[in-house]
Design a protein around this ligand. Structure first.
Ligand SMILES: [Fe+2]
Length: 160
């Protein structure tokens, strides 16, 4: 195995490690939310089937593409990205949903999971600002925009 070359991008090793650790939690929440949304796309039933089946597809497709950006930012900071269900279960703040929720219960679970993912992303900003890590700040800003907007759209379905 070759020795890896030292990384010198103007951040300390500790800063890179702390941010990569925070991004690993964001990746775990994002993966858990992705899988929940795809699961609900498959299993939703009831009069709102068509609306929710299609809405969930748009959401999980966007989410799937974001996973790659988060994981590759962790790699660019010099650390391995978590990539197993075991690691994701350990790192995620979102709990898996078991069983077959009704359509509007699915929407409630997704609102909570979107909000939890937004909180995980927002919690990283102090570290990222401190380290002048603009690429990560840019990624976090994009993810926050999506999660807050999606949470609003889902929340709207729950109103009378
Ligand atoms: Fe499908």
């Amino acid at each position: 195995m070759g020795k890896s070359r030292a990384i010198n991008i103007g951040m300390t090793e500790q800063q890179r490690a702390d941010i990569a650790g925070g991004l690993s939690k964001l990746l775990a929440d994002s993966y858990t939310l992705y899988l929940m949304t795809h699961n609900f796309h498959w299993n939703v039933t009831g009069p709102m089937f068509n609306t929710l089946h299609l809405m969930f597809m748009g959401q999980y497709t966007e989410q799937w593409n974001a996973l790659d950006l988060i994981a590759e930012r962790i790699r660019a900071l010099g650390f391995p990205a978590p990539g197993t269900y075991g690691e994701f279960a350990e790192l995620a703040s979102i709990k898996e949903v078991r069983g077959q929720p009704k359509a509007l219960e699915m929407v409630e679970h997704l609102v909570a999971a979107q909000e939890a993912t937004a909180r995980t992303a927002r919690g990283l900003f102090d570290l990222v600002d401190e380290a002048n890590d603009q690429p990560t700040a840019d990624l976090l800003t994009q993810r926050l925009d999506v999660h807050e907007k999606t949470a609003w759209m889902l929340r709207s379905l729950l109103e009378e």
